[in-house]
Write a protein that binds this ligand. Sequence first.
Ligand SMILES: Nc1nc2c(c(=O)[nH]1)N[C@H]1C(S)=C(S)[C@@H](COP(=O)(O)O)O[C@H]1N2
Ligand SMILES: [Mo]
Length: 251
Amino acid sequence: MTRKERLALTEAFRPQLRKVERRLMLKSSLSLGALTLLTGCDLADGDVTDRVLWAMLRFNDRVQALLFNPVVLAKTFPPSRITKPFRFNAFYDEDSVPDVDGGAWKMAVSGLVTDKTPWDLKRLRALPQEGQITRHICVEGWSQIGQWSGVPLHIFLERVGADTRARYVGFKCIDKYYSSIDMASALHPQTILALDFEQQPLPAEFGFPARLRIPTKLGFKNPKHIAEIYVTNTNPGGYWEDQGYNWFSGS
Ligand SMILES: Nc1nc2c(c(=O)[nH]1)N[C@H]1C(S)=C(S)[C@@H](COP(=O)(O)O)O[C@H]1N2
Ligand SMILES: [Mo]
């Protein structure tokens, strides 16, 4: 397939993939009859229904991952378009944001990497830094334009000797949030391990000391307050992903 054909296919399929998935998640009862015919399973059995739905969603994730074009860039904006004030979001209120000591913080690296030495802020700041002004889109139905900079994740992965043929990069956070992305998205040039927001160290509420900024995915796939990064072939899921939100969630 040429790049052009692949792009056309992505565009043609995107709305359908979204529609099928929305229907399955929101109105699964409507498609259960069809699923019974397709699978021959007794879908009155909740466990089986669950397993069939999850299998279909994971298949959908694989299709989306195949259609993801690693060279297409997310739209960028001029500084005048930055949203002020920028909105905070997490699975808890702003007064519960973790208070992290940046001097003592260490980020663990594990899984399929050759160098598992933990990283501190000083060493991360010594790596090449990239900035971006991009749109952050939350699955709840709002979006805002923000400015972040930090280490491109592909550079970080290369430094730690990550096996970039592995399928997933997982993130564990200080607040017990977690998420994961496919390797192609991890290596995308705009995927950064952000240390700064609006050219200043990340404020506590926006993910100090380090967060993922990945403009090709929805907001919930941008984990804040990272404690550990790991490379694996087993899908690590995520805080929202494991509750039924689409795992791939391209934006
Ligand atoms: N550690 C952590 N990261 C997280 C979340 C969270 O609850 N904890 N929420 C996610 C969601 S749903 C969104 S929309 C963005 C919000 O980022 P912001 O506070 O910088 O706007 O963070 C994402 N990353
Ligand atoms: Mo979100």
